[in-house]
Design a protein around this ligand. Structure first.
Ligand code: AHM
Ligand code: MG
Length: 334
């Protein structure tokens, strides 16, 4: 016995306390299985010769890695096990995949990015999977792509798995955030980081600084003030990190605080930003809020944005609440 609660023990305890349905327990176990399988494939990718690009691109025009496609198949196969799942909405698939003939209110929609940060694969840096679950708000008569455009505030579960030095699984069902680590040997996810919380303050930020010439004046002001150090308006020295893997950045922020920015800028404004609302911004926003942080577009709470397309992109600023509030206030003043 390691003394750590297993994922199954944790899920069953949450179910007993009325914090999640039995169907959600099953779905979470299927998602955890998907993440275990993807972790195994990522770690053996060089031997299986699957680290490179495919001949295809996804609907957003991005070249897909072989592992993007493989990870998507793993999610599709396992999430379909839970009979309450009405549809799967994947970053890698053009159209919504409807699994039920007559989807009803209360059925689950599962949104996921099966392998986020996949440009890191062939240099052996951290990647991850992100997922989110929403209940259908009403019975569906027409199984269209528009039927899955539900605000992030309606999420009943979100999480990610980080394929780093160890494999983490971090979850929220709206009752705080809990982190599990995959134990090599018995293959179980064990609760190693219960009740993850963000501190009130931070001295660390994350942004792709190579885009500085494209930033709007608010982002430029915020970053310059961080870089000004002790003698500047912030009165303290900031550190900067950029992994180019959102799952890794969010995990670092959950562990030691910080703020992550992928704003809309002059280079990505036509698309609405870089990161996807349904697969990246909403689940990570929900996790941040549940850990005491915030997630904003700069002009309002990400979870309150009404989606207009299932592959929609959006400006993302998330992490320690005081920093997100400060950036929001700069946008109000601009
Ligand atoms: P992806 O879903 O195509 O992998 O793109 C999302 C990733 C995020 O994980 C990361 O924050 C960002 O793209 C990195 O972008 P950049 O290459 O501009 O650093
Ligand atoms: Mg991706």
């Amino acid at each position: 016995m390691s003394g750590h609660q297993t994922l199954r023990q944790f899920l069953l305890a949450e179910h007993k306390q009325g914090k999640m349905s039995q169907d959600m327990v099953l779905l979470m176990e299927d998602i955890a299985t998907s993440c275990r399988i993807i972790a195994h494939k990522v770690r053996n990718g060089a031997f299986l010769d699957i680290l490179g690009a495919t001949e295809t691109s996804n609907v957003q025009g991005e070249t897909q890695k072989q592992l993007d496609v493989i990870a998507d198949e793993v999610f599709q196969e396992h999430c379909a096990n839970c009979s309450r799942v009405a549809a799967l909405v994947s970053e890698e698939i053009d159209e919504v995949i409807w699994l039920k003939d007559a989807p009803k209110a209360g059925d689950y929609l599962v949104y996921y990015d099966p392998l986020d940060g996949s440009s890191n694969l062939n240099v052996n840096l951290s990647v991850g999977s992100i997922f989110s679950v929403v209940e259908l708000q009403e019975d569906i008569t027409e199984k269209s792509n528009e039927a899955v455009l539900i605000k992030g505030a309606k999420q009943i579960c979100a999480g990610y798995s980080l394929y780093g030095p160890s494999t983490s699984l971090v979850l929220t069902t709206g009752h705080g955030v809990n982190g599990f680590t995959h134990k090599i040997g018995n293959g179980e996810f064990l609760l190693t980081f219960p009740d993850m919380r963000l501190g009130a303050e931070t001295q660390e930020f994350a942004i792709n600084a190579s885009r500085a010439r494209k930033w709007d004046p608010v982002i430029t002001r915020y970053v310059e003030e961080c870089l000004d150090g002790k003698d500047g308006p912030r009165g303290k020295t900031f550190n900067m990190r950029w992994v180019a893997s959102m799952v890794a950045e969010v995990h670092r922020i959950l562990m030691r605080g910080g703020v992550f920015l992928y704003p809309k800028d002059a280079g990505n404004a036509a698309a609405g930003g870089k990161l996807r609302l349904l697969y990246e911004a909403n689940p990570m926003g929900f996790i941040m809020e549940q850990a005491g942080g915030k997630a904003s577009t700069g002009h309002g709470r990400i979870l309150d944005v009404q989606p207009t397309g299932h592959h929609q992109r959006i400006s993302v600023i998330l992490g320690t609440a005081a920093e997100v509030d400060l950036i929001d206030s700069y946008y109000r003043d601009a």
